[in-house]
Ligand binder design. Structure first.
Ligand SMILES: Cc1cc2nc3c(=O)[nH]c(=O)nc-3n(C[C@H](O)[C@H](O)[C@H](O)COP(=O)(O)O)c2cc1C
Length: 361
């Protein structure tokens, strides 16, 4: 039996019987334990994370062996970095982490919508804080690790910059990049930090702190898919002006368009298939707005190599996924890598960078 079949026929039916958050914790415990077994993640990486010359890129001083990364929110405390970086992902984003540990929203706060191949979550930045994450990040990694940072729920927006800077100061020695998260829908008022003026002030403080601690460390900003066209353009252009290293588009959406499953009425951010078209259109917009000069990371509804390829053609230098891993299993990144190479070959490209933005020009 092949690996995708093993997941679909064995692990997924068992996990999908459990409450989604219980299934999540069980998987995380297994992955964290596997990562502590001497040599295991290295063996996994040897099988699944083989370098593909057509997919490798040098960005911000690091080698990204694949354009496909793991999106934020799955490994909030960086508990399973050795295993997640061994699955064939070119990079892994951990967090969102806040300076202090916080419990997040009351449960239930994570919902599956299987007919829609989607999830709705209102986790609310549950995490163990920067101290524990720093300890976890001391272990082995087989790919670059970005740290997605946020503010504690109790910190007012006027003082938000201090929280982001504290995260940078605590984690700069361990991070291969930072992602400023101002786009989660589950921390009250957070998204208002995305407005161009406020965002510029916040991001300048983060850039300054990162530059002081580790010159050259990339700082990216993650945006929501729910801004109107004008506000999105203003924020994208403001970020290019302040000199961010890249933009991640997008976080989860508050839209419920086209959903079938009864869980559609749950409050929270929607991820997965229904987000794909909107997230692709926004990458195309961001690529045009920045003249193709700013690296973009496309995320939202990527399930297949074709989805990843479309996002790259729309302007993304890198892409990420989360929800698809829940529906398709841990063999997905290696499978997407293999199929991406076939798609490049089909279209006459010798390297992934040749395809970036070809549908946005
Ligand atoms: C359960 C869950 C928790 C998430 N937590 C975070 C988070 O803490 N920080 C963040 O920036 N994005 C978070 N996200 C958003 C993902 O990183 C991603 O932007 C979004 O899910 C769209 O990608 P996907 O359709 O591949 O899942 C979370 C998503 C899910 C499903």
């Amino acid at each position: 039996m092949t690996r995708p079949h093993l997941y679909r026929t064995l692990a997924k039916p068992l996990l999908f019987r459990l409450d989604p958050e219980q299934a999540h914790h069980l998987t995380m415990q297994g992955a964290a334990l596997a990562g502590r077994l001497p040599g295991l993640s290295g063996q996994l990486a040897g099988q699944l994370a083989r370098p593909h010359p057509q997919l490798g890129q040098h960005l911000w001083g690091h080698r990204y062996s694949s354009p496909l990364g793991l999106a934020a929110g799955l490994d909030k405390n960086a508990e399973a970095v050795p295993v997640f970086t061994a699955l064939g992902f070119g990079f892994v984003e951990v967090g969102t982490v806040t300076p202090l540990a916080q419990p997040g929203n009351p449960r239930p706060r994570l919902f599956r919508l299987p007919q829609d191949e989607a999830l709705i979550n209102r986790m609310g930045f549950n995490n163990a804080g920067t101290g524990l994450m720093a300890r976890h990040l001391g272990g082995p990694r087989h790919a670059p690790v970005w740290v997605n940072i946020g503010k504690n729920k109790d910190t007012p927006n006027e003082a938000a910059a201090q929280d982001y800077v504290r995260c940078v100061e605590a984690l700069a020695p361990h991070a291969d990049g930072f992602v400023v998260n101002v786009s989660s829908p589950n921390t009250p008022g957070l998204r208002s930090l995305q407005a161009a003026g406020e965002l510029s002030r916040l991001v300048e403080a983060v850039l300054e702190a990162a530059g002081r601690r580790r010159p050259g460390l990339p700082v990216l900003v993650k945006l929501s898919p729910d801004m109107d066209e004008h506000d999105f353009a203003a924020s994208v252009q403001a970020m290019q002006q302040v000199g961010v290293s890249g933009l991640i588009v997008s976080n989860t959406t508050l839209s419920r368009e086209g959903l079938q499953h009864p869980h559609r009425q749950e409050t929270g951010g929607l991820s997965g298939r229904p987000l794909r078209e909107r997230a692709t259109a926004l990458i195309r917009d961001a690529y045009r707005l920045t003249g193709g000069q700013l690296p973009l990371v496309g995320v939202g509804g990527i399930f297949t190599a074709q989805d990843a390829y479309e996002r790259i053609r729309a302007g993304a230098s890198l892409v990420e996924l989360y929800t698809a891993l829940i529906y398709e299993g841990p063999g997905l990144p290696a499978r997407i890598n293999g199929e991406l190479i076939a798609l490049l070959r089909r279209d006459g490209y010798t390297h992934i960078s040749e395809a970036v933005g070809v549908d946005a020009r």
